[in-house]
Design a protein around this ligand. Structure first.
Ligand SMILES: Nc1ncnc2c1ncn2[C@@H]1O[C@H](COP(=O)(O)OP(=O)(O)OP(=O)(O)O)[C@@H](O)[C@H]1O
Ligand SMILES: Nc1ncnc2c1ncn2[C@@H]1O[C@H](COP(=O)(O)OP(=O)(O)OP(=O)(O)O)[C@@H](O)[C@H]1O
Lengths: 215, 215
């Protein structure tokens, strides 16, 4: 698989490195000579070029690429221009970083396959983590349903999973049980006779509003 | 609850805004007059001050604060210094943004409660998404186990969930079924008689290496 990454800031580099480790060919493009020097040992090819320079991009990016990832932050014009050129070349999958939601909307309309705003998505996730400190990790499946890791509510402590009547009482499913000091000690098929302890963590699937209420 | 956010870049603002929306008091501190002007309508208090100015920080941050979040990116010295001052004031929970893993290690050693690198975490997640495009969303519970959303493997298409023998065949559990065009249409207690279709998405819990093999 071949990928091109335009803009090798913290985000661009974090995308490029695992792709190279997984035997993909990665072309890094950045207008900073210094960044290209830094990154050249970690990718297959590293080239200094300006995303605003249509001729250079057309010379560098061919339809052999499986996807192009545009990771320029501040310079929105360079992001838009490089998106239009790359789509015009015929690349089917173009993933673009955006600094805010308005820019993201414009990029989607122009044909970006996926738009990501790293700082905003992580900032909002941290705010939720601060507001609900007892929910240590979560994945939202829809606006209504989430998977989250919580401490067992007081009412079910010292009861077995089956006696706790968890599903009926809280309308959510226990899908895993974390017990012990290391993050690695997780039981994905907990025995219904297991007695719930204060130090346990339950991975539950249910309505996020209900999860927030009991944690 | 009272929080102070130092550094109101994209990340700092994304943390502060939901906290204010959830009726928390938020004090925003930034050394850019312009940023403070922009953000002042969105937070309880906004003050221009330099994180490197110990006297100002001590005057602004008291032990009433439940947590302080330091979101300065480039200037590592300002991040370290403000961390030390805030810990010295007696704040128990200090969450800090770092630009790379080495800096994160230093901040942890100095006593940061939690360290976050938004660009790196999101960059690495995107790389996984590019490498395994059939896994649309995932939450890693440990190095070994993850929850992921995948398309049903060919061998179980047109079979019911119970006839597919999913758990025995793939050593993973189906915990939800997404069917229909909207992200909201998810069934968290799928009926075992449901016939699996090509357009379905299965939310599964199992070993990440096994999940990657069948998707
Ligand atoms: N016109 C351009 N052509 C090519 N590369 C560019 C262009 N403008 C910026 N870049 C490069 O893109 C990278 C990221 O850009 P920028 O610093 O604007 O974003 P950022 O959001 O701060 O990045 P990150 O948060 O990923 O570190 C930098 O390495 C920069 O040199
Ligand atoms: N010494 C300081 N004291 C207070 N605020 C500071 C200091 N240094 C930088 N800041 C502020 O912190 C914010 C974020 O800093 P910076 O631009 O270095 O990080 P960033 O990683 O680019 O931010 P983000 O990605 O969140 O936009 C900016 O609003 C900046 O004004």
């Amino acid at each position: 698989m071949q990928y091109a990454v335009i803009g090798l800031g913290k985000f661009g580099e974090a995308v490029a490195t695992p792709l190279v480790k997984n035997n993909c060919e990665v072309l890094a493009i950045d207008n900073s000579e210094e960044r290209i020097q830094d990154i050249s040992g970690e990718v297959s090819h590293a080239v200094t070029a300006d995303a605003l320079d249509e001729k250079s991009l057309r010379a560098l990016i061919t339809t052999d690429f499986d996807a192009v990832i545009i990771c320029i932050g501040e310079d929105f014009e360079a992001t838009i221009l490089s998106l239009m050129i790359v789509l015009d070349i015929g690349i089917k999958k173009v993933i673009v970083k955006a600094d805010n939601r308005i820019r993201a909307k414009i990029l989607k309309k122009l044909g970006a396959t996926k738009v990501i705003f790293p700082e905003i998505e992580m900032g909002e996730k941290l705010a939720q983590n601060i507001l609900h400190p007892d929910i240590s990790d979560y994945l939202s499946l829809s606006d209504k349903y989430s998977i989250a890791e919580i401490s067992p509510p007081k009412e079910v402590l010292n009861k077995s999973i089956s006696n706790s009547d968890f599903r009926k009482r809280y309308k959510m499913n226990i899908i895993a049980l974390r017990r012990g000091s290391s993050k690695e000690e997780i039981d994905v098929n907990p025995n219904p006779d297991t007695i719930l302890q204060h130090s346990d963590k339950l991975v539950v699937l249910g309505e996020i509003e209900r999860i927030r209420k009991i944690s």
